[in-house]
Ligand binder design. Structure first.
Ligand code: UFG
Length: 343
């Protein structure tokens, strides 16, 4: 039987590459659309090594309408699009909001505009727990209010969800799912793909592994006076492979006609909150190393604590995170060691 082809935008990036692997292992064929501004072409060979098949690839900036249309029309046999391609650095978005609105929103609009010719294309969107801000009630369900975003980046995720919902309502496309990720960390068990931030990492896990690898002198722990058990901020960390597998489940839900509504939203988290110090302790346990860190001021814009209510994803989507925090920190360290040639 012919394999169903899936377009994965941002497929050479961190979450995208892990999702491509899971899709190919589930029997789909994949074409990646990526402009490589924040990822490496070598990821394709790594994916091929893991799955024994090479995904197709188009280097394309999807915020360019003509280029986006041309790439999609070359792959008119695709039955679905999983849209990861986006900029994601909160601080950079505050400094350069137009870059974020142009890139993140134009890309989505260009994709939807082109799929209007083929509204049966299943669409999965990469959203974020950032849409909830600092919630009053924890854990957070999908019906928790979406609050005004505190960065242009966060606003692009909120606006994108609205654009998608309204496009589905208008019949531009028939069916879509937004997946709201909590804090994806970790790496594939092969240690061939993982998170590869360019320059200084913004996020905790790559900062920890780069510090342990000797690339950074020490980790700053942002804030120790939060109203949490140990005073450091709490997040719902989730293994990137769990996140990737949720995309395959969500995709099949649309393709098999199982969606309960034409537009659906699911939280992707484990439902458990861990502090920054919990992550450091887990890392030290799984690596056998002592991590150098010191406390510093809170980072502007950070929320105190956030973790998911996963009931909707567990019962309705039929997906549940399998990996624990030690799995996440040990796989992240295995990846960093492999990358840097550390024994
Ligand atoms: N942290 C440190 N030191 C660092 C980096 C992070 O202490 O060097 C702390 C942060 O203050 C926070 C926790 O580690 O308490 C997690 O920070 P990350 O930057 O890894 O993740 P965030 O929760 O800030 O960010 C995530 C996503 C963003 C999204 C944001 C808002 O990565 O895309 O959630 O929900 F916008």
């Amino acid at each position: 039987m012919m394999k169903k082809k899936i377009i994965v935008t941002g497929g050479t990036g961190f979450i995208g590459s892990h999702t491509v692997v899971e899709l190919m292992e589930a029997g789909f064929s994949v074409v990646i659309f990526d402009d490589l501004r924040n990822s490496e072409i070598g990821v394709l060979d790594k994916i091929a090594h893991i799955t024994r098949q090479k995904p197709e690839f188009e280097q394309v900036d999807l915020s360019d309408q003509v280029a986006a249309e041309a790439a999609i029309s070359k792959h008119s046999d695709a039955v679905a699009c999983i849209h990861f391609a986006a900029l994601k650095a909160v601080g950079e978005s505050v400094e350069n909001p137009l870059l974020y609105y142009r890139n993140n929103l134009f890309s989505l609009i260009n994709l939807l505009q082109t799929f209007r010719q083929k509204p049966e294309t299943a669409f999965i969107f990469s959203s974020s727990a950032t849409v909830y801000g600092q919630p009053d009630i924890l854990p957070i369900t999908e019906s928790s209010p979406v609050v005004p975003a505190n960065s242009p980046y966060g606003n692009t995720k909120q606006m994108a969800e609205e654009i998608l919902q309204q496009s589905v309502d208008a019949g531009t496309i028939n069916s879509a799912i937004s997946l709201r990720y909590f804090n994806p960390i970790g790496a594939h068990s092969s240690a061939l793909i993982g998170e590869l931030p360019k320059g200084l990492p913004n996020n905790l896990m790559p900062f920890i592994t780069q510090t342990a690898a000797g690339i950074r002198p020490d980790l700053k722990v942002f804030g120790k006076d939060y109203n949490t058990p140990d005073g450091t901020a709490v997040r719902d960390y989730i293994h990137v492979v769990d996140i990737a597998q949720a995309h395959v489940v969500a995709l099949k839900r649309i393709l098999d006609g199982k969606s309960k509504a034409s537009y659906e939203v699911f939280n992707l988290g484990t439902g458990k909150g861990f502090s920054v110090l919990d992550v450091i302790k887990s890392f030290e346990k799984s690596s056998g190393l002592k991590l150098k860190y010191h406390f510093s001021d809170r980072r502007p814009g950070d929320v105190e604590q956030i973790y998911a209510d996963t009931t909707h994803a567990n019962t309705e989507l039929g997906w549940k995170a399998k990996y624990n925090l030690d799995d996440m920190t040990s796989s992240a360290w295995k990846w960093e060691k492999n990358l840097r040639g550390i024994k």
